[in-house]
Write a protein that binds this ligand. Structure first.
Ligand code: CMX
Length: 425
């Protein structure tokens, strides 16, 4: 058994006992109230989900297992996966073993390439990526063991195996989607000597003469890894997984939610918005021009992508991390300069609109300009990058949920007439 799996077996047993005792002592205490406005408002702010991998306080942003994101920006995604699962960062030997385990699982079944090849040439990269995850469902070790009658305390074990199998394969799948969809030439074989993110850059086939693009990708794949349990992709995946659908089904479902413009697709829309301003004003626009353009966007009934958040009420620390990277490595790039200028202007514009609760940039506001700088200019692809990273958190949450034996999700809905009766309207 790997060091990680052994650690988890011990940790999960302790945590399960702890939660059982906690619930026995406090199970009947109230943790949240729900108003009618919240019931009709996407359940914003209602506490009723459990997620131990990460939390997002509105005034701090992402905290992974108790560590604020700003202390993790130098870590690589494999370390983050270990942290999400165990609550600790791995030592050198542990990290090496995890990386070797991922390498051993990275071969993608040939039928995945055939399925991607058969998709229409103008398919969205997210449809291709999510299809590839789903079509591998027949490889699920959880599904096989479940069909054989595996007892419930063992559920987490094959879920862990599915997680590792999936995560190991995502960089090759993501890279092929890029090369196939955008006519970049044949598939590039994996380089077994590289780390997970570095190998992904290698398989994408974009030039990276000084290693900066690989640095950006390690940061990118770290920053997007998890964002507690209630966002659309995580919540969808956890609901699907709660029906004991395996991680292939659950992850694919969650990522279909990430493909929405109010969630992960904002990533692509955001750069589109920046480039639109540059086209309109023939180069990097001034702050005055951007102010007007943002006002026009609002007036036309559209959202300014990359700004606002359902939970956050500050500048997203993930945006801060991208901004710091850009200032260090590409401060002269006009697209990056526009990203910076937009940051100076858009919060002022959005603050004027009373209904907007968070005028600050979220993660998507900063990443596109950097990807563009390094030659990844096909912005409909950007949500695939987000997906590869977010798979770490979604899968880790799935393993924890099966280890804790959480039941099938089933909140209660009522028709409007019943709510009217309930509140005496
Ligand atoms: N531009 C214009 N209007 C915005 C806005 C923005 N950036 N952010 C919020 N609003 C509007 C909402 O559309 C909503 O309007 P309606 O009541 O007319 O529908 C109103 O302000 C209130 O919204 P809110 O309570 O402040 O925010 P929500 O929790 O409803 O929505 C979010 C959050 C992210 C969907 C929203 O801020 C938004 O659409 N932002 C732009 C898209 C984006 O960047 N999404 C990525 C988020 C990160 C991620 O999940 O990946």
């Amino acid at each position: 058994m790997s060091i990680l799996k052994e650690k988890l077996a011990k940790k999960f047993a302790e945590e399960k006992a702890d939660i059982a005792a906690f619930l026995k002592a406090h199970g009947d205490k109230e943790v949240s109230k729900v108003t009618l406005a919240q019931a009709y408002g996407g359940l914003r702010g209602v506490k009723g989900l459990v997620c131990d991998t990460s939390e997002v306080p509105p005034d701090k942003g992402l905290i992974i297992r108790g560590i604020e994101l700003k202390y993790l920006t130098e870590k690589i995604p494999e370390e983050i996966l270990w942290l999400l699962l165990t609550g600790e960062l791995p030592n050198e030997a542990e990290l090496e073993e995890l990386q070797a385990d991922l390498k051993a699982r990275e071969n993608v079944p040939a039928y995945v390439w055939a399925v991607l090849d058969a998709m229409p040439a103008d398919s969205h990269p997210m449809a291709m990526f999510n299809t590839a995850v789903l079509v591998m469902q027949k490889e699920s070790k959880f599904a096989k063991r479940y069909a054989e009658g595996m007892p419930k305390p063992e559920y987490w074990d094959p879920t862990y195996e599915d997680m590792m199998d999936i995560i190991a394969k995502l960089p090759a799948i993501g890279a092929y989607v890029y090369r196939k969809r955008f006519g970049k030439g044949p598939r590039i074989e994996s380089d077994k000597s590289m780390d997970w993110a570095g190998n992904y850059v290698h398989m994408l086939g974009l030039p990276d003469p000084n290693g900066e693009f690989s640095k950006l990708m390690r940061l990118y794949l770290t920053l997007h890894c998890d964002h507690e349990g209630g966002n659309v992709s995580a919540y969808t995946a956890s609901t699907v997984s709660s029906a004991l659908s395996d991680l292939y089904y659950a992850l694919s479902a969650g990522l279909n939610g990430l493909a929405g413009p109010l969630h992960g697709l904002a990533n692509q829309e955001c750069l589109g918005w920046i480039l639109e301003t540059m086209k309109k004003f023939n180069g990097a626009p001034t702050e005055e021009e951007l102010y007007k353009f943002a006002e026009e966007t609002l007036a036309s009934g559209k959202v300014v992508p990359g700004y606002g958040h359902a939970v956050l009420r500050i500048t997203d620390p993930r945006f801060d991390a991208f901004l710091a990277f850009g200032k260090k490595y590409c401060s002269a790039d006009p697209v990056f300069q526009t990203v910076e200028r937009v940051f100076n202007v858009v919060p002022k514009v959005l603050s004027q609109v009373q209904k907007i609760k968070d005028p600050w940039p979220n993660v998507d506001a900063g990443s596109g300009g950097l990807l563009y700088h390094y030659g990844l200019t096909e912005f409909s692809y950007y949500t695939v990058l987000f997906s590869i990273s977010r798979a770490l958190g979604i899968c880790a949450q799935g393993v924890v949920a099966r280890a804790m034996g959480y039941p099938i999700t089933r909140p209660k809905s009522l028709p409007t007439a019943a709510y009217k009766k309930l509140v005496g309207a």
